[in-house]
Ligand binder design. Structure first.
Ligand code: FAD
Length: 304
Protein backbone atom coordinates (compact mmCIF):
# COMPACT_ATOMS: atom_id res chain seq x y z
CA UNK A 1 0.00 0.00 0.00
CA UNK A 2 1.36 3.41 -0.91
CA UNK A 3 1.82 6.22 1.59
CA UNK A 4 1.15 9.89 0.87
CA UNK A 5 4.10 11.36 -1.04
CA UNK A 6 3.99 14.63 0.76
CA UNK A 7 1.55 16.72 2.66
CA UNK A 8 1.16 20.24 1.41
CA UNK A 9 0.36 23.07 3.84
CA UNK A 10 -2.93 23.01 5.72
CA UNK A 11 -6.08 22.65 3.59
CA UNK A 12 -4.02 21.34 0.67
CA UNK A 13 -4.74 17.78 -0.53
CA UNK A 14 -2.70 14.70 0.18
CA UNK A 15 -1.12 13.22 -2.96
CA UNK A 16 -1.18 9.43 -3.24
CA UNK A 17 0.94 7.55 -5.74
CA UNK A 18 -0.34 4.00 -6.18
CA UNK A 19 1.67 1.66 -8.41
CA UNK A 20 -1.21 -0.51 -9.60
CA UNK A 21 -4.76 -0.01 -10.84
CA UNK A 22 -6.07 -2.18 -8.00
CA UNK A 23 -4.39 0.07 -5.45
CA UNK A 24 -5.71 3.22 -7.13
CA UNK A 25 -9.28 1.89 -7.04
CA UNK A 26 -8.82 0.80 -3.44
CA UNK A 27 -7.71 4.32 -2.47
CA UNK A 28 -10.66 5.80 -4.34
CA UNK A 29 -13.04 3.54 -2.40
CA UNK A 30 -11.26 4.46 0.83
CA UNK A 31 -11.68 8.20 0.33
CA UNK A 32 -14.82 8.30 -1.84
CA UNK A 33 -15.93 11.79 -2.88
CA UNK A 34 -12.99 13.29 -1.00
CA UNK A 35 -10.63 11.89 -3.65
CA UNK A 36 -10.10 12.22 -7.39
CA UNK A 37 -7.99 10.24 -9.89
CA UNK A 38 -5.41 12.47 -11.58
CA UNK A 39 -3.40 11.93 -14.77
CA UNK A 40 -1.83 15.20 -15.94
CA UNK A 41 -4.18 17.31 -13.81
CA UNK A 42 -4.47 19.99 -16.53
CA UNK A 43 -8.25 19.72 -16.92
CA UNK A 44 -8.87 19.26 -13.20
CA UNK A 45 -6.75 22.28 -12.39
CA UNK A 46 -8.88 24.58 -14.54
CA UNK A 47 -11.98 23.36 -12.72
CA UNK A 48 -10.48 23.96 -9.29
CA UNK A 49 -9.18 27.38 -10.30
CA UNK A 50 -12.51 28.42 -11.80
CA UNK A 51 -14.43 27.15 -8.78
CA UNK A 52 -16.36 24.62 -10.91
CA UNK A 53 -15.45 21.82 -8.52
CA UNK A 54 -13.79 21.92 -5.12
CA UNK A 55 -10.19 20.80 -4.61
CA UNK A 56 -10.62 17.41 -2.92
CA UNK A 57 -8.68 16.30 0.15
CA UNK A 58 -6.98 13.41 -1.66
CA UNK A 59 -5.40 13.35 -5.11
CA UNK A 60 -4.75 9.84 -6.45
CA UNK A 61 -2.03 10.29 -9.03
CA UNK A 62 -1.94 7.56 -11.68
CA UNK A 63 1.50 8.48 -12.98
CA UNK A 64 3.41 5.68 -11.18
CA UNK A 65 1.24 2.95 -12.69
CA UNK A 66 3.51 1.72 -15.45
CA UNK A 67 0.86 -0.48 -17.03
CA UNK A 68 -1.01 2.70 -18.06
CA UNK A 69 1.86 4.18 -20.09
CA UNK A 70 2.60 1.60 -22.78
CA UNK A 71 2.34 2.04 -26.54
CA UNK A 72 2.48 -0.97 -28.85
CA UNK A 73 1.05 -2.35 -32.07
CA UNK A 74 -0.05 -5.97 -32.30
CA UNK A 75 0.11 -8.37 -35.24
CA UNK A 76 -3.37 -7.34 -36.34
CA UNK A 77 -2.39 -3.67 -36.67
CA UNK A 78 -4.21 -2.64 -33.49
CA UNK A 79 -2.43 0.13 -31.60
CA UNK A 80 -2.67 -0.16 -27.81
CA UNK A 81 -2.31 3.26 -26.22
CA UNK A 82 -1.76 3.70 -22.50
CA UNK A 83 -4.20 6.37 -21.23
CA UNK A 84 -1.44 8.07 -19.26
CA UNK A 85 0.57 8.92 -22.36
CA UNK A 86 1.06 12.64 -22.78
CA UNK A 87 -0.14 14.32 -25.95
CA UNK A 88 3.41 15.53 -26.63
CA UNK A 89 4.69 11.92 -26.44
CA UNK A 90 2.04 10.74 -28.88
CA UNK A 91 2.96 13.53 -31.30
CA UNK A 92 6.66 12.57 -31.17
CA UNK A 93 6.14 8.84 -31.42
CA UNK A 94 7.25 7.32 -34.75
CA UNK A 95 4.63 4.58 -34.71
CA UNK A 96 1.87 7.12 -34.13
CA UNK A 97 3.20 9.41 -36.84
CA UNK A 98 3.38 6.56 -39.34
CA UNK A 99 0.16 4.72 -38.51
CA UNK A 100 -2.15 7.11 -36.68
CA UNK A 101 -1.64 10.51 -38.28
CA UNK A 102 -5.15 11.77 -37.59
CA UNK A 103 -4.69 11.41 -33.84
CA UNK A 104 -1.27 13.06 -33.98
CA UNK A 105 -2.84 15.97 -35.85
CA UNK A 106 -5.61 16.22 -33.25
CA UNK A 107 -3.06 16.28 -30.40
CA UNK A 108 -1.27 19.18 -32.10
CA UNK A 109 -4.50 21.22 -32.00
CA UNK A 110 -4.81 21.00 -28.22
CA UNK A 111 -3.62 23.79 -25.92
CA UNK A 112 0.11 24.65 -26.12
CA UNK A 113 3.34 22.61 -25.76
CA UNK A 114 3.61 23.21 -22.01
CA UNK A 115 0.12 21.78 -21.45
CA UNK A 116 0.64 18.93 -23.94
CA UNK A 117 3.71 17.85 -21.94
CA UNK A 118 1.38 17.05 -19.01
CA UNK A 119 -2.03 16.42 -20.57
CA UNK A 120 -2.85 12.75 -21.13
CA UNK A 121 -4.94 11.08 -23.80
CA UNK A 122 -6.95 9.22 -21.13
CA UNK A 123 -7.74 12.43 -19.26
CA UNK A 124 -8.90 14.01 -22.50
CA UNK A 125 -11.30 11.14 -23.20
CA UNK A 126 -12.62 10.78 -19.65
CA UNK A 127 -13.74 14.44 -19.69
CA UNK A 128 -16.16 13.33 -22.49
CA UNK A 129 -15.69 16.65 -24.28
CA UNK A 130 -11.99 16.52 -25.18
CA UNK A 131 -10.92 17.56 -28.65
CA UNK A 132 -9.27 14.21 -29.30
CA UNK A 133 -12.60 12.41 -29.16
CA UNK A 134 -13.89 13.20 -32.69
CA UNK A 135 -10.61 11.83 -34.15
CA UNK A 136 -10.78 8.71 -31.95
CA UNK A 137 -14.43 8.18 -32.94
CA UNK A 138 -13.72 8.13 -36.68
CA UNK A 139 -10.76 5.82 -36.02
CA UNK A 140 -13.20 3.36 -34.35
CA UNK A 141 -11.32 3.45 -31.04
CA UNK A 142 -12.12 1.14 -28.16
CA UNK A 143 -11.71 2.09 -24.52
CA UNK A 144 -10.85 -0.35 -21.75
CA UNK A 145 -11.86 0.33 -18.15
CA UNK A 146 -11.20 -1.48 -14.89
CA UNK A 147 -13.05 -1.50 -11.59
CA UNK A 148 -9.91 -2.83 -9.92
CA UNK A 149 -10.91 -6.47 -10.48
CA UNK A 150 -12.03 -6.90 -14.07
CA UNK A 151 -11.32 -5.04 -17.29
CA UNK A 152 -13.94 -4.37 -19.92
CA UNK A 153 -13.52 -3.04 -23.45
CA UNK A 154 -16.22 -1.14 -25.29
CA UNK A 155 -16.30 1.01 -28.41
CA UNK A 156 -15.68 4.67 -27.59
CA UNK A 157 -18.96 5.50 -29.29
CA UNK A 158 -20.94 3.18 -26.98
CA UNK A 159 -18.97 4.40 -23.96
CA UNK A 160 -19.95 8.01 -24.74
CA UNK A 161 -23.59 7.05 -25.29
CA UNK A 162 -23.70 5.28 -21.92
CA UNK A 163 -23.86 6.77 -18.43
CA UNK A 164 -20.91 8.87 -17.25
CA UNK A 165 -18.07 6.55 -16.18
CA UNK A 166 -18.08 5.73 -12.49
CA UNK A 167 -15.42 7.75 -10.70
CA UNK A 168 -14.38 4.43 -9.13
CA UNK A 169 -13.19 3.09 -12.50
CA UNK A 170 -9.82 3.58 -14.13
CA UNK A 171 -9.44 3.82 -17.90
CA UNK A 172 -6.64 1.37 -18.57
CA UNK A 173 -6.34 1.39 -22.35
CA UNK A 174 -7.38 2.87 -25.66
CA UNK A 175 -7.04 0.80 -28.81
CA UNK A 176 -7.10 2.08 -32.37
CA UNK A 177 -7.16 -0.10 -35.49
CA UNK A 178 -4.77 1.22 -38.11
CA UNK A 179 -4.33 1.16 -41.84
CA UNK A 180 -1.01 1.31 -43.61
CA UNK A 181 -0.62 4.45 -45.68
CA UNK A 182 0.85 3.23 -48.96
CA UNK A 183 0.48 6.48 -50.88
CA UNK A 184 -1.76 4.71 -53.42
CA UNK A 185 -4.82 4.17 -51.31
CA UNK A 186 -8.03 6.09 -51.69
CA UNK A 187 -8.48 6.79 -48.01
CA UNK A 188 -8.76 10.41 -46.98
CA UNK A 189 -8.77 11.78 -43.44
CA UNK A 190 -9.36 15.19 -41.95
CA UNK A 191 -9.46 16.87 -38.55
CA UNK A 192 -10.40 20.50 -37.99
CA UNK A 193 -10.86 22.55 -34.87
CA UNK A 194 -12.47 25.99 -34.86
CA UNK A 195 -12.00 28.26 -31.87
CA UNK A 196 -12.21 31.93 -31.13
CA UNK A 197 -8.66 32.41 -32.36
CA UNK A 198 -6.13 30.47 -34.42
CA UNK A 199 -4.25 28.57 -31.69
CA UNK A 200 -4.27 27.91 -27.93
CA UNK A 201 -8.00 28.24 -27.77
CA UNK A 202 -10.92 26.17 -26.48
CA UNK A 203 -12.87 24.61 -29.32
CA UNK A 204 -16.15 25.96 -30.58
CA UNK A 205 -16.49 23.13 -33.09
CA UNK A 206 -14.23 20.14 -33.73
CA UNK A 207 -14.79 17.74 -36.62
CA UNK A 208 -13.04 14.66 -37.94
CA UNK A 209 -13.67 12.37 -40.87
CA UNK A 210 -12.38 9.42 -42.82
CA UNK A 211 -13.55 8.51 -46.33
CA UNK A 212 -12.60 5.46 -48.33
CA UNK A 213 -13.30 5.68 -52.05
CA UNK A 214 -13.62 2.61 -54.29
CA UNK A 215 -11.73 2.63 -57.62
CA UNK A 216 -15.01 3.67 -59.31
CA UNK A 217 -15.05 6.68 -56.90
CA UNK A 218 -18.09 5.55 -54.95
CA UNK A 219 -17.93 5.81 -51.16
CA UNK A 220 -16.80 2.50 -49.75
CA UNK A 221 -16.47 3.64 -46.16
CA UNK A 222 -17.26 6.83 -44.31
CA UNK A 223 -16.88 7.94 -40.69
CA UNK A 224 -17.67 11.50 -39.62
CA UNK A 225 -17.88 13.00 -36.14
CA UNK A 226 -18.38 16.41 -34.55
CA UNK A 227 -17.93 17.89 -31.10
CA UNK A 228 -16.55 21.05 -29.57
CA UNK A 229 -17.28 23.18 -26.51
CA UNK A 230 -19.39 21.26 -24.01
CA UNK A 231 -20.95 18.95 -26.61
CA UNK A 232 -20.28 15.24 -26.19
CA UNK A 233 -18.78 14.35 -29.59
CA UNK A 234 -20.72 11.84 -31.70
CA UNK A 235 -20.65 10.03 -35.02
CA UNK A 236 -23.36 10.52 -37.65
CA UNK A 237 -24.16 6.82 -38.06
CA UNK A 238 -27.44 7.09 -39.95
CA UNK A 239 -26.05 9.65 -42.34
CA UNK A 240 -22.97 7.50 -42.92
CA UNK A 241 -25.15 4.46 -43.69
CA UNK A 242 -27.15 6.20 -46.44
CA UNK A 243 -23.97 7.56 -48.00
CA UNK A 244 -22.22 4.20 -48.53
CA UNK A 245 -22.18 3.06 -52.15
CA UNK A 246 -22.96 6.50 -53.55
CA UNK A 247 -20.57 8.59 -55.64
CA UNK A 248 -19.50 11.95 -54.27
CA UNK A 249 -21.74 14.49 -55.97
CA UNK A 250 -23.23 17.92 -55.38
CA UNK A 251 -26.50 16.33 -54.30
CA UNK A 252 -24.75 14.04 -51.82
CA UNK A 253 -22.84 16.95 -50.30
CA UNK A 254 -26.09 18.89 -49.93
CA UNK A 255 -27.73 16.01 -48.07
CA UNK A 256 -24.62 15.59 -45.90
CA UNK A 257 -24.83 19.28 -44.99
CA UNK A 258 -28.49 19.02 -44.07
CA UNK A 259 -27.97 15.79 -42.09
CA UNK A 260 -25.06 17.19 -40.09
CA UNK A 261 -26.86 20.47 -39.31
CA UNK A 262 -29.89 18.55 -38.08
CA UNK A 263 -28.04 15.74 -36.32
CA UNK A 264 -25.28 17.56 -34.44
CA UNK A 265 -26.18 17.90 -30.76
CA UNK A 266 -24.37 21.20 -30.29
CA UNK A 267 -24.45 22.99 -26.94
CA UNK A 268 -24.55 26.79 -26.62
CA UNK A 269 -22.17 28.64 -24.29
CA UNK A 270 -20.80 32.16 -23.87
CA UNK A 271 -18.76 31.80 -27.09
CA UNK A 272 -21.34 30.60 -29.64
CA UNK A 273 -24.93 29.49 -30.03
CA UNK A 274 -26.30 26.18 -31.25
CA UNK A 275 -27.20 27.37 -34.78
CA UNK A 276 -23.69 28.71 -35.41
CA UNK A 277 -22.08 25.48 -34.22
CA UNK A 278 -24.38 23.29 -36.33
CA UNK A 279 -23.71 25.31 -39.45
CA UNK A 280 -19.97 25.42 -38.79
CA UNK A 281 -19.77 21.64 -38.29
CA UNK A 282 -21.70 21.05 -41.52
CA UNK A 283 -19.61 23.59 -43.47
CA UNK A 284 -16.33 22.11 -42.26
CA UNK A 285 -17.20 18.49 -43.02
CA UNK A 286 -18.78 19.23 -46.39
CA UNK A 287 -15.92 21.46 -47.53
CA UNK A 288 -13.46 18.66 -46.69
CA UNK A 289 -15.62 16.15 -48.62
CA UNK A 290 -15.68 18.57 -51.53
CA UNK A 291 -11.87 18.73 -51.52
CA UNK A 292 -11.74 14.92 -51.44
CA UNK A 293 -14.15 14.77 -54.38
CA UNK A 294 -11.88 17.18 -56.27
CA UNK A 295 -8.67 15.33 -55.31
CA UNK A 296 -10.19 11.91 -55.97
CA UNK A 297 -10.69 12.81 -59.62
CA UNK A 298 -13.33 11.12 -61.75
CA UNK A 299 -15.16 12.46 -64.78
CA UNK A 300 -17.59 14.68 -62.90
CA UNK A 301 -15.19 15.85 -60.15
CA UNK A 302 -15.02 19.63 -59.76
CA UNK A 303 -11.87 21.23 -61.14
CA UNK A 304 -11.58 23.99 -58.53
C1 FAD B 1 -4.45 26.11 -20.82
C2 FAD B 1 -5.23 24.88 -21.14
C3 FAD B 1 -5.68 24.68 -22.45
C4 FAD B 1 -6.42 23.55 -22.78
N1 FAD B 1 -6.82 23.38 -24.08
C5 FAD B 1 -7.52 22.28 -24.42
C6 FAD B 1 -7.93 22.06 -25.78
O1 FAD B 1 -7.65 22.85 -26.67
N2 FAD B 1 -8.65 20.94 -26.05
C7 FAD B 1 -8.96 20.00 -25.10
O2 FAD B 1 -9.58 19.00 -25.41
N3 FAD B 1 -8.58 20.18 -23.81
C8 FAD B 1 -7.87 21.29 -23.45
N4 FAD B 1 -7.48 21.46 -22.15
C9 FAD B 1 -7.91 20.49 -21.13
C10 FAD B 1 -6.88 19.38 -20.85
O3 FAD B 1 -5.56 19.85 -20.94
C11 FAD B 1 -6.99 18.17 -21.77
O4 FAD B 1 -8.32 17.74 -21.90
C12 FAD B 1 -6.11 16.99 -21.27
O5 FAD B 1 -5.93 16.04 -22.28
C13 FAD B 1 -6.66 16.34 -20.01
O6 FAD B 1 -5.72 15.37 -19.60
P1 FAD B 1 -5.14 15.33 -18.12
O7 FAD B 1 -4.21 14.19 -18.07
O8 FAD B 1 -4.58 16.65 -17.72
O9 FAD B 1 -6.48 15.04 -17.32
P2 FAD B 1 -6.77 15.26 -15.78
O10 FAD B 1 -7.00 16.71 -15.51
O11 FAD B 1 -5.74 14.58 -14.94
O12 FAD B 1 -8.13 14.44 -15.64
C14 FAD B 1 -9.27 14.75 -16.38
C15 FAD B 1 -10.42 13.87 -15.87
O13 FAD B 1 -10.20 12.53 -16.24
C16 FAD B 1 -10.09 11.70 -15.07
N5 FAD B 1 -9.05 10.75 -15.42
C17 FAD B 1 -7.83 11.03 -15.94
N6 FAD B 1 -7.20 9.91 -16.27
C18 FAD B 1 -8.03 8.88 -15.95
C19 FAD B 1 -7.96 7.47 -16.08
N7 FAD B 1 -6.90 6.84 -16.64
N8 FAD B 1 -9.02 6.73 -15.65
C20 FAD B 1 -10.10 7.32 -15.10
N9 FAD B 1 -10.23 8.65 -14.96
C21 FAD B 1 -9.20 9.41 -15.39
C22 FAD B 1 -9.82 12.63 -13.92
O14 FAD B 1 -10.31 12.10 -12.70
C23 FAD B 1 -10.59 13.86 -14.36
O15 FAD B 1 -11.97 13.68 -14.08
C24 FAD B 1 -6.72 22.58 -21.78
C25 FAD B 1 -6.26 22.79 -20.47
C26 FAD B 1 -5.52 23.91 -20.16
C27 FAD B 1 -5.03 24.09 -18.76
Amino acid sequence: MSVPLYQLPEQQPLVWQPTSVEEAVHLKHQWGDDAVLVSGGTWLRTRWENGVSPLPQHLISLERIQALSGLAIDAGGLIHIGPLLHLADLMDNELMRARCRLLVQACAEIAAPSVRNLASIGGNVVTRTGDLIPALLVLDALVICSDGHTEQGVSLQKWLEGPVQSSFEVMTGITVPTIEHTGEEHTFEFYLKVGRRETFTPSVVTVAGRLRLAPDRTIQGIAIAAGGGSAVPARFNELEAITIGQPLSKQLLQSLHKGISEGFNAVADDYAGVAYRKQTAANLIVSECYKIWRRGGGADAPKS
